[in-house]
Write a protein that binds this ligand. Sequence first.
Ligand SMILES: *Cc1c(COP(=O)(O)O)cnc(C)c1O
Length: 442
Amino acid sequence: MPTDFSALPQQLLADLQAARPVFWGNPDRSDAATVSTVVDGRGISLADVKAARARFDRFAPLLARLFPELQGSAGRIESDLLPAPAMQQALGLPSSAGALWIKADHSLPVAGSIKARGGIHEVLEFAESLALEYGLVTHDADYAVLAEAPARALFGRYQVAVGSTGNLGLSIGVMASALGFRAAVHMSADAKAWKKARLRARGVAVVEHTGDYAAAVAAGRREADADPYSYFVDDERSLSLMLGYSAAALHLHDQLAQADVRVDATHPLFVYLPCGVGGAPAGIAFGLRQLYGPNVHPVFVEPTQSPCFLVEMLAPGASVYDVGLTNRTEADGLAVPQASELAAQAMRPLLAGVCTVADDTLFADLHRVREAEGLRIEPSAAAGFSGPGMLTGTEAGRAYLTQHHLDGAMAHATQLVWTTGGLFVPPEEYARFAEHGAALAA
Ligand SMILES: *Cc1c(COP(=O)(O)O)cnc(C)c1O
């Protein structure tokens, strides 16, 4: 069925189709103190966010045992919160727009991207459900026993499968294989060669598909559905993934408090989240809303050729192809043609807005953050840096601020950019990104 876009604001549609960067303020955003969130008919709340964190906590001793890089953090997979005054200056963002901070998920251990939160959570939840069912652990047991032979024999009977452009496959493949599952990652043609190689080196079966990301997911789902011992992680409809991401909010809440950063009605918190299908940013935005209520303003950032979440908000069910875009971008973590309906449902009343960014800007910002802050990130992870300028420098962004009575609060705002990946990008590939970015930023 062809989608009818005639009811949309015509300038916005024209900008989208011409791949010009836009800011879109969400007209359905609610500033109510509490908003109930229902996804797929199930209400979710702060209790679910805390349950996800408690699951990570139960597994921490096991993870410290399985991954040498987690010994220093006692099995916690977390990232730093960094002030970014030099990057703020490099972006030309005045102090009247607030203070720039970075949530450094590009350095998350084990997976090297934000997918360490959602992907690993879902694998742990599946492993835990099996271990409980077979009586290998109870909730208050020491989960380090899951590194022993009986658990490994049990897990080895099952396959964990996923369809992925790369980073989700990395997180799920690496964790599933470390626990003793058979792991299969279905990848699209545009997935990077080094990601495939890294997975194969860990004993993960990489299945390559010629189509795009959605095609790889569909093929993986079909194959897993036919096998009762196969568990398929469904990026487009997984609540476990979303809740895994949401747990990040609890840690960030502690970090902001520790850094003496206030969040209230006169100190708004803007969070810029690179968006692919929307599960990661929606999970985090949902978690933050449970803690900060209407004082948190999540903005999703998408490539100009792959704004699937914005398209979904404007015309539910439509893809970026329906608008006439190519879904071609160097930001491979964000190259998604169709958004998760689950994430869109959850975000309808919570999301502040969506903005889009050109690939050239991603590379320029990748270069700037290396120069300014010494951080090494991948192109997808640079998406958030254009957010503060789009919010404060576009008519639509300023209209959002006025509508939500934020004009007088901006000097005390926190502008938090979430850098979502980069740790495992090979040095040669990173050098190419940085060189390209330096030429564009000059
Ligand atoms: C997957 C990914 C995202 C976005 O997550 P979604 O759940 O697909 O929206 C952002 N940045 C990077 C680096 C990613 O790999």
